[in-house]
Design a protein around this ligand. Structure first.
Ligand code: G
Ligand code: G
Ligand code: MN
Ligand code: NA
Length: 254
């Protein structure tokens, strides 16, 4: 309860901000996208990472206005960067289950797009398998509406949930992001290699794009490239960057 009050005040006092972690093409390392990651700068406690507050925000429902803030902020920045003449790329925003389950979620997305004037074809929404499986019919309908707006859909933490694979056919999904836990031990665990290989092969058959997250070494990168993984997100290329550093990077690649 106290935490919830703190979060509410933090939003009012504008203590939240976004970092941006580049996502690159696996073959040539060129930037193709970025994931917006939420941070909280508390005047007393300093920087607080999302692992410390996202779950509380989910449980209390505060994730709904907070997630809306993230989406609006990311869309606004994207619009500004495009207007400043920076090169186009895909901006990924995390959507929590609680947020996605709101009956008016797609309306909210729609009005944020309209309000910010951002080109929705540059927007990707990242959701977990679990949040898509809560109400399969409602999910199918909502994803269709998002697709009609030209927004792309990414399955985050792919492989870490327990859901069936059937939904990959049923829902209009563009991309899956292989969970970091499979990438971490690629070189030491033969099983993880087999799993990653199988995920990439399956994605190819289903014509889905694949992003690997948590890539930290050239060995991991080489294996993923060999298997035909399309995109890479990880410290090997870039850490999450402040807006300033991210913009500097964008100007450099322009
Ligand atoms: O770097 P990182 O510590 O940012 O993120 C930790 C976790 O917090 C990840 O699982 C990530 O998906 C989640 N996260 C980061 N930003 C957001 C956000 O804006 N909304 C939601 N729902 N989760 C986020
Ligand atoms: O939304 P998601 O759960 O995918 O959140 C992305 C998280 O992954 C963020 O916390 C981000 O900081 C983290 N991350 C991204 N790349 C790497 C990496 O190479 N190594 C590690 N340890 N974490 C990473
Ligand atoms: Mn994510
Ligand atoms: Na993830």
């Amino acid at each position: 309860m106290e935490m919830e009050t703190n979060l509410r005040h933090a939003l009012e006092r504008e203590e939240f901000f976004l970092e941006f972690q580049p996502i690159v093409n696996a073959r040539d390392g060129r930037l193709v996208g970025a994931e917006a990651l939420l941070r909280w700068s508390d005047p007393e406690k300093g920087l607080i990472m999302p692992d410390m507050f996202i779950q509380v925000a989910e449980e209390s429902g505060f994730i709904v206005p907070l997630g809306e803030w993230v989406l609006r902020t990311a869309c606004r920045k994207m619009k500004d960067w495009r207007e400043a003449g920076l090169p186009p790329f895909r901006i990924s925003v995390n959507v929590s289950g609680r947020q996605f389950c709101q009956a008016n979620f797609t309306d909210t997305v729609c009005s944020i797009i309209r309000e910010t004037g951002m080109d929705p074809s540059f927007l990707a929404l990242e959701m977990t398998e679990t949040s898509l499986m809560v109400d399969v019919e409602a999910t199918a309908k909502a994803l269709m509406q998002l697709k009609e707006l030209d927004i792309s859909i990414v399955i985050d933490d792919f492989g870490a949930g327990y859901s069936s694979l059937g939904y990959l056919q049923k829902f209009p999904i563009d991309r899956i992001k292989i969970d970091r836990s499979f990438i971490r031990d690629l070189s030491s665990h033969a099983n993880d290699k087999a799993i990653v290989e199988a995920i990439i092969a399956m994605a190819a058959r289903l014509k889905l794009q694949v992003v690997a997250e948590g890539v930290e070494t050239s060995e991991q990168l080489d294996f993923l490239k060999e298997q035909g993984c399309h995109e890479i997100q990880g410290f090997y290329f870039h850490r999450p960057l402040s807006e300033e550093l991210f913009k500097t990077l964008l100007w450099e690649i322009k």
